[in-house]
Design a protein around this ligand. Structure first.
Ligand code: UN1
Length: 497
């Protein structure tokens, strides 16, 4: 491997300066368990310093015309593009996802940079007629102030761009707490912001734990928005506290996504879609397919073809050519998956493939788990209801289209869903009735594009969306402006003829 980090110890980035952390924690490569670097575990005071800097800097940034703010994002996009390969290798090193997927994730960030830079010349508000003569009415987006973003390890650069780019183009300053498992993408992205000429204090990174840094962000009076992607439990606590403080909060908290395979589906295509969305990123995506709802008429055929194709999944270090499935992020991730395998067996689902940790020379001490297929699962089993975040998929047989929709919607999450069918009526019925924020037809459950809203219903979120133009709603307030040029007092609703 050619990529090396230029520093042994990462630092926080506050007010345009690299600041040493006090306590440190080690970061490991999940493919080998080798130590990559150390990252600060910051305290509340460090977070306060970052917020103070952000608050001060934001006042001037809000006055920079949005098209000029956008120029910085264009430069960020070009720098990311130039460094795509290096960023992708570093991403594979810290997160484990295979290099091809790492390139895809970095590309997602590049796309987001150019898309949001374009918003610098849009940020549309509305003009609308006023109800009185010689009076003008409009609404416009204004920045909220200092925004706090908390990002997960599974998409350490893409999700950061979904949140920080719209925040910045809209005129906010950002305080960012990246996941401590994957700090290198944050470090690299901040260096890019610095080189792109973002004024100091507009992007601040404070590494540390959720319990200390995240909690201080949520409680800080001067942070007016929290945008969080992570676990459901943490998201609920954040929302409760933000509710008490009347702080805006945007949450994305995972999924229990299903692929539906109807009796008229192209089974080979469905197998490809399932394989990619269930075992890609080792199943560690919020959008990963972890349920397959299959019509009983094609169940045997689907099972057979899935099992055959799963034999060709190559598992190993994602930097090696030809590897399709990389490691699990860490021991805790692995333990959680193992627990669910036991739960599935106890619940009476039939284990058809996988179900075990992979060890030995081929796996270089990394955290590997075999792609796993359960069948004859019932919709109410825990393995069919709870997020496992690993390469584990459960087949649930159904007898009809209606039952398939019902099973799909029976979980507490609502992020992504998919249906394989060639019946045009069912396509439209399904996209209407599937209760998820994202629906795919004849494709797996992953692969969201950045110019569409990303998020979901029910336990997946709280009504907001990442990426897409909708992300701007999280990072702006609406201001309604009336200009009366009649020269006299005109009373709305009263002086109307
Ligand atoms: C996530 O897993 O949190 O649609 C993000 C996808 C990717 C993003 C996933 N574009 O799978």
């Amino acid at each position: 491997m050619t990529t090396k980090l230029k520093t042994d110890v990462l630092k926080n980035f506050i007010n345009g300066e690299w600041v040493d952390g006090d306590a440190l924690t080690a970061v490991f490569n999940p493919a080998t368990r080798e130590k990559i670097t150390d990252v600060p575990l910051s305290d509340a005071e460090t977070l306060n310093n970052a917020v103070k800097a952000a608050k001060e800097a934001q006042k001037d940034w809000a006055l920079v015309p949005a098209p000029q703010r956008a120029e910085v994002l264009y430069r960020v996009g070009y720098l990311m593009k130039e460094r795509k390969e290096r960023l992708s290798e570093l991403l594979t090193m810290e997160n484990g996802k295979v290099i091809e997927e790492a390139r895809g994730e970095v590309q997602e960030g590049i796309d987001m940079a150019f898309y949001m830079a374009g918003e610098g010349r849009r940020l549309f508000g509305q003009t609308t007629p006023a109800e009185l003569k010689d009076k003008f009415a409009m609404s416009q987006r204004v920045p909220v102030g200092v925004v706090g973003i908390i990002t997960p390890w599974n998409f350490p650069i893409a999700i950061a761009t979904w949140k920080s780019f719209p925040a910045i183009v809209a005129g906010n300053a950002v305080v960012w707490k990246p996941a401590t498992e994957t700090p290198i993408m944050a470090y690299e992205l901040v260096k890019i912001f610095e080189e792109a000429g973002l004024p100091k204090g507009i992007m601040n990174v404070v590494f540390g734990s959720g319990g200390t840094v995240g909690d201080s962000m949520v409680h800080h009076d001067d942070i007016r928005v929290i945008s969080f992607t992570g676990s459901n439990d943490t998201g609920r606590n954040i929302a409760a506290e933000c509710g008490r403080q009347l702080k805006k909060v945007s949450l994305e908290m995972g999924g229990k996504n299903a692929v539906i395979v109807m009796e008229d589906a192209d089974i080979d295509l469905a197998v490809e879609g399932i394989l990619w969305s269930a075992f890609g990123t080792s199943g560690q995506r919020c959008t990963a397919c972890s349920r397959v709802i299959v019509h009983e008429k094609v169940k045997d055929a689907l099972e057979e073809k899935l099992l055959e194709s799963m034999k060709h999944l190559t598992i190993g270090n994602g930097l090696k050519d030809g590897i399709k499935v990389g490691p699990i992020i860490n021991q805790a991730g692995l333990d959680k998956i193992k627990r669910y395998i036991e739960i599935g067996k106890e619940e009476g689902a039939k284990l058809l493939a996988g179900g075990e940790e992979l060890t030995g020379n081929d796996y270089n001490d990394g955290y590997y788990f075999a792609p796993t297929l359960f069948t004859d699962a019932a919709s109410n089993m825990r393995i069919a209801q709870e997020e496992i975040f690993g390469p584990v998929v459960s087949l649930i047989p159904v007898q009809s289209f209606e039952e398939a929709i019902e099973v799909n919607n029976s979980v507490t999450y609502g992020l992504s869903s998919s249906i394989f069918t060639n019946d045009v009526n069912r396509v439209f019925q399904a996209q209407r009735d599937l209760d998820t924020g994202i629906v795919y037809v004849n494709a797996g459950t992953t692969g969201a594009e950045i110019h569409l809203p990303f998020g979901g219903t029910k336990g997946t979120g709280n009504g907001h969306r990442d990426s897409g133009v909708q992300a701007l709603d999280v990072f702006t307030e609406w201001k309604a402006v009336y200009v009366d040029y009649s020269g006299k007092l005109q009373r709305a609703q009263i002086d109307v003829e």
